[in-house]
Design a protein around this ligand. Structure first.
Ligand code: ATP
Length: 314
């Protein structure tokens, strides 16, 4: 693996506000890396610093081994950027917009047409490509944004809130497209405040809070480190003390009673068969059981709540 993005002690202050407050970030080639956190936590500012679009107050940034402030053109050539609000010429068609980008890249007519055809096909805008962008939905604009990244043959794509404002189906389509690009070797950095929605596509994530990265790592590792398990089983049962019945059960990392007859069981694998067996063995009556994966939203809430408690106690 080789490191393609590295920041050390990155700080960006706007007057008294530290938008980014000491960020150390490493992204490896071919990863899908998520910058996740609520509005205002410093994700966009971090992205602007990676692209050399704003100057750090302190710290260093290297993108593909280059300092984006000193080599802005070299970085721009090799890194595709899709901002939160993508600017297209609304009166031009999708294809004409891409042609404009291709000209800026200095591509010859034949090469530009070839790349545009391939990109439109890839993002499923072949027919819509002939229509004015003013008629596009938000999802189509986002896909046209990705087409632009494709035309550039970027080594890294940096996508700011790519799924915001999209309906569930368009979100899934865009995430599938991002995964496909990653499988072909493109490194992807994306930001989002919708933690659960993007956790499925990210190899690693960094959770931002107030300009800092509180936690980072693989999603499964974060959920098991912070929550003690990767699965949550909700159990409804009568005539049983579930905490006692599961006391020494394997793979169970926590049992919390939510109300009489209803428990949340944290586990590091699908523990439903063992739970069912133990309820019955203890003479109880199982009335319902459901399972889901733990989400990054839960990790976020738990971690930053503890963080706040520690800060308050200090
Ligand atoms: N140009 C600026 N001038 C002053 N303050 C700014 C500027 N840009 C960002 N900030 C502040 O820095 C903090 C971090 O903002 P940033 O846009 O990086 O957060 P974000 O996590 O990307 O949020 P969002 O999802 O809303 O874009 C916020 O408090 C914001 O108000």
């Amino acid at each position: 693996m080789s490191t393609v993005i590295e920041t050390k002690g990155l700080v960006k202050r706007y007057g008294r506000i530290a938008a980014v407050d000491g960020v150390d970030l490493t992204v490896e080639k071919g990863e899908v890396f998520g910058l996740l956190g609520p509005n205002g936590s410093g994700k966009t500012t971090t992205i602007l610093l990676l692209l050399g679009l704003t100057e750090p107050t302190a710290g260093t940034v290297r993108v593909l081994g280059l300092d984006p402030l000193r080599n802005p053109l070299a970085v721009k050539r090799r890194v595709g950027y899709m901002p939160d609000q993508i600017g297209f010429y609304d009166n031009l068609t999708g294809r004409e917009n891409l042609l404009y980008t291709a000209r800026l890249l200095g591509l010859s007519g034949a090469e530009a047409s070839k790349r545009i055809d391939e990109a439109l096909e890839r993002v499923r805008l072949v027919e819509a490509g002939e229509r004015r962008v003013s008629t596009y939905s938000r999802g189509m604009r986002q896909r046209l944004g990705l087409a632009e990244v494709l035309i550039k043959q970027a080594e890294i794509a940096i996508l700011d809130e790519p799924t915001s404002g999209l309906d569930p189906q368009s979100t899934q389509e865009l995430l599938d497209l991002i995964l496909a690009l990653s499988r072909e070797g493109m490194t992807i950095v994306l930001s989002s405040h919708l933690l659960a929605m993007v956790q499925s596509v990210c190899d690693r994530v960094a959770l931002f809070s107030r300009g800092r990265i509180g936690l980072s790592g693989r999603v499964e590792d974060l959920t098991s480190d912070v929550l003690g398990g990767t699965h949550v089983v909700e159990v409804e049962a009568q005539d049983v003390d579930l905490a006692q019945a599961l006391a020494d059960a394997p793979h169970i990392t926590g049992v919390t009673q939510q109300r009489p007859g209803l428990w949340r069981v944290d586990a590091d694998e699908d523990a439903r068969p063992e739970i069912a067996r133990r309820v019955v063995m203890a003479g109880g009556r199982l009335t319902a059981m459901s399972i889901r994966h733990t989400t990054l939203d839960e990790v976020y809430v738990r971690f930053f709540e503890e963080d706040r408690h520690h800060a308050a106690a200090a």
